[in-house]
Design a binder for this molecule. Structure first.
Ligand SMILES: [Zn+2]
Length: 99
């Protein structure tokens, strides 16, 4: 059986972001969502699990309440930062300059 490492925190943060995005006072475009997610992920501890290839990991209840609170804090902070300084007009690949 093929197994791989998965950072559980990555999917959890994205799920949580979907859940709270309406409550966040910021742009909801794909770029800004990703910026918020990456901000949060850089501040949260990774949570690696070994999963079988193709398995959808859904044991969200394995996370403690503390994780949930940390995640929300990080997402709200990220949203605040992104709304103050949105980067949706900047190409993700900045090797190409148009100026
Ligand atoms: Zn945006």
């Amino acid at each position: 059986m093929e197994v791989k490492l998965t950072n559980l925190m990555e999917s959890l943060v994205q799920l949580k972001l979907d859940e709270v995005i309406d409550a966040l006072d910021c742009c909801k475009c794909e770029r800004c969502r990703m910026d918020i997610a990456s901000y949060a992920l850089n501040r949260l501890p990774p949570k690696y699990v070994v999963t079988a290839e193709g398995t959808v990991y859904s044991k969200l209840d394995t996370l403690s309440v503390q994780y949930e609170t940390d995640m929300l804090n990080a997402l709200f902070q990220g949203a605040k930062l992104v709304s103050e300084n949105p980067r949706h007009h900047i190409a993700p690949d900045q090797t190409e300059s148009h100026s």
